[in-house]
Design a protein around this ligand. Structure first.
Ligand SMILES: *Cc1c(COP(=O)(O)O)cnc(C)c1O
Length: 354
């Protein structure tokens, strides 16, 4: 099990999440940048760390120094790593071969995998420790998606074979991210790379309903609750407008709550346009006007009883008072839970409760 803790563990906080998943039994972690890997190392994490994206040339020395395992597929990138590893005096620096079986992002084409493995072997200092691919539509529910994933898997197996044919052990074979972890028991090979499901969200179309119908029900529970505070409750007269652009005007006398959250915290303006509601004391209140950088306003109507200091819950766990999760907001706003969670910015304090 290799859990993706890239992008600050999808906005949740990389170091505490990494420690939690390792304690729960994961053996590998995956990051997207060398700095993310260094953060783990500097916080005492010594599990193998996979670097899922290519790093820039200036970061290769650090990747080697901090023992971060790159995905490689390009011969120049392999040469650059080999040069740095030689300088360090190491002779067995682990790399994983990335195979592009149809994702169209990074990876060697399946028919070139054997040659690349040979090149890696010949450096004398790099070792093929694994081989992987990434699915483009494993989170889709259509039969075309299903066919494409099977095709990608077949190509991946061809790549694995071509490495073996060169007399090289391909090491750990892995291809399943969250969606395929849930639906492709037959493709899990030696390791899986879940990300989003570790944070409690389904992977796009592979949702609760889909899994129920497929006879493999799974009850995921979101990890994060995003909350802020009511910083003021104000009386608005009919005709008064709220915020920049004056996009909303009170159609009658009402109360407006000012909240301590804005797009500078990751509450994107697009959510306002999509009709975001916020839970206060167990009831939903609509955001009115444009979401500002540091604040936003919600309409309370009259007699809500909401007071300054009350907790306003944007999304998260029901027991924390939420009426929706990040996935619900994402669907309304035309995006995915990954983006909603990852966009929560650094200035929002993460509080960890075990
Ligand atoms: C991000 C990522 C994952 C995890 O994806 P989820 O959909 O969050 O499970 C796995 N593999 C690679 C290559 C990735 O980039």
């Amino acid at each position: 099990m290799c859990v993706a803790v890239k992008a600050d563990a999808y906005g949740h906080g990389a170091v505490p999440c990494a420690k939690a998943v390792l304690e729960a039994g994961a053996q590998y972690l995956a990051v997207a940048t060398v700095d993310e890997g260094i953060e783990l190392r500097e916080n005492g994490i010594d599990a193998p760390v996979l670097l899922l994206s290519l790093c820039s040339m200036s970061e290769i020395a650090s990747a080697v120094k901090y023992d971060i395992t790159p995905l490689v597929f390009d011969r120049y990138y392999v040469e650059d790593f080999a040069r740095e590893v030689k300088k360090s005096g190491r002779t067995d620096f682990a790399v994983h071969i990335a195979v592009d079986t149809g994702m169209g992002r990074i990876g060697v084409y399946p028919e070139e995998a054997g040659e690349l493995a040979l090149q890696i072997h010949k450096t004398g200092c790099l070792k093929v420790d694994g081989i992987c691919t990434h699915f483009a539509v494993s989170d889709g529910a259509s039969s075309e998606d299903d066919k494409y994933t099977k095709l990608q898997y077949e190509r991946f197996m061809q790549a694995v074979d071509s490495v073996k044919q060169k007399g090289i052990d391909p090491g750990i074979r892995h291809c399943c991210a969250s969606a395929a972890c849930l639906t492709r028991k037959d493709m899990q090979l030696d390791m899986v790379r879940p990300g989003i499901i570790a944070y409690g969200y389904y992977a796009d179309e592979i949702d609760r309903d889909y899994l129920c119908k497929a006879g493999t029900p799974l009850d995921l529970k979101e990890v994060m609750t995003l909350e802020c505070e009511v910083s003021a409750v104000r009386k608005f007269k009919k005709g008064m407008s709220v915020g920049y652009g004056r996009t909303w005007t009170a159609p009658e006398d009402t109360e407006i709550a000012v909240l301590t959250i804005g797009y500078g915290d990751g509450l994107l303006r697009a959510y306002g346009k999509a009709g975001l509601t916020v839970a206060i004391n167990g009831r939903p209140y609509p955001v009115r006007g444009r979401i500002c950088m540091d604040q936003c306003m919600v309409e309370l109507g009259n007699g809500s009883g909401v007071q300054r200091g009350d907790k306003a819950v944007i999304f998260g766990l029901k027991e924390d008072g939420a009426l929706q999760n990040a996935d619900d907001i994402a669907r309304k706003a035309g995006t995915i839970s990954y983006e909603v969670a990852t966009c929560i910015t650094k200035r929002v304090p993460r509080v960890f409760i075990s």
